[in-house]
Design a protein around this ligand. Structure first.
Ligand SMILES: [Zn+2]
Length: 322
């Protein structure tokens, strides 16, 4: 099935991406992703290795430079956010199979300096599920909702975006949640020393912005600052032959001239999005496949991606428009 889809779509290079692998999903990830267990992750890799050759980010870049196209019949494995579960559970499985991997980190979160606002939301949802909502008038004031329905309150928390993320801190106050304590007790992020160890072991460390904003909500100056700062942080701390950047959430809404600037001004050599199997006008911008949206096998994820790609061929909708 996959072999047929590879042939008819003529897309035999794929880039699945993950955040974490764990048998026990930490609270800050619980309401955001369907985190794979170690066994599920092993099955994913077995399937990938059966149908594709593992390549490194440097292999991809040099293929783009020398041949002007993606490497053939291959896959590039990447992880976003620089989480503890990468080193603890994913990397041993990856290393055992000799698969190259890239890990993208947020300069503002490394060393557990701060908790990503979506992780805060996940922690608060867990607390709200175990709290008598009626008891917290304070929650209604912060959220500007007037309801006793727990699910309505939880939905409101899920909708909080980068621009009004401070509400999450107010809610934490209402619910008696201390995010600094949470950071200290759980250490969700890897620290610089751990990342250096991984980097010395061959893991490519790339940038993923300072504090994970939705780029659509920023202006071009703020966007460029987020990229530059995090890429510089990576350059100053780790040894990589390429400056890489993966866009937090999505790159949608960003103009062609913005992308042109990134490569012309050499702010990054290679960048990544999250739109699945898609073609790009920009040679050094590549779209990856989110694995943690559905709890289905890698085979089903890829089949779905390929079919979706095929469906859009007649409408020329497989190239991202900017
Ligand atoms: Zn991310």
């Amino acid at each position: 099935m996959i072999e047929v889809l590879k042939r008819i779509t003529r897309r035999d290079f794929i880039m699945p991406f993950y955040h974490a692998v764990s048998d026990k999903v930490p609270v800050h990830l619980k309401y955001l992703y369907r985190v794979r267990t170690v066994k599920q992750f092993e099955d994913d890799l077995e399937f990938l290795l059966l149908h594709y050759k593992p390549v490194s980010i440097d292999d991809v870049y040099s293929s783009l430079i020398t041949k002007g196209r993606y490497p053939e019949k291959s896959f590039l494995l990447t992880f976003d956010d620089g989480l503890r579960e990468f080193k603890e559970f994913a990397y041993p499985v990856i290393k055992k199979r000799g698969i190259p991997v890239a890990l993208f980190v947020n300069s503002g979160f490394v060393d557990n300096k701060e908790l990503f606002y979506r992780f805060k939301a996940s922690v608060l949802i867990e607390t709200l599920r175990n709290t008598n909502v009626e008891r917290f008038k304070c929650i209604y004031d912060s959220l500007m909702v007037n309801t006793d329905k727990r699910n309505t309150v939880i939905d409101k928390v899920k909708q909080i975006d980068f621009k009004n993320k401070d509400i999450l801190d107010q809610l934490a106050g209402c619910l008696g949640v201390d995010f600094n304590e949470y950071l200290k007790n759980n250490a969700p992020y890897l620290n610089v020393e751990e990342l250096k160890e991984l980097n010395d072991d061959g893991v490519h460390v790339g940038a993923h912005s300072i504090n994970h904003p939705l780029f659509e909500l920023l202006n071009d100056e703020e966007r460029m600052f987020q990229i530059k700062e995090s890429v510089d942080f990576v350059k100053n701390n780790f040894k990589n032959s390429l400056a890489s950047f993966s866009f937090p959430f999505t790159d949608s809404g960003l103009s062609a001239s913005f992308f042109r600037n990134i490569y012309d001004k050499k702010i990054a050599d290679i960048t990544f999005g999250t739109s699945g199997i898609k073609n790009e006008r920009f040679k050094f911008h590549l779209q990856r496949i989110p694995v943690e949206e559905y709890e289905v096998s890698m085979k089903d994820i890829l089949a779905r991606q390929y079919l979706y790609y095929l469906l859009k061929v007649p409408f020329f909708r497989n190239t991202v428009r900017r």
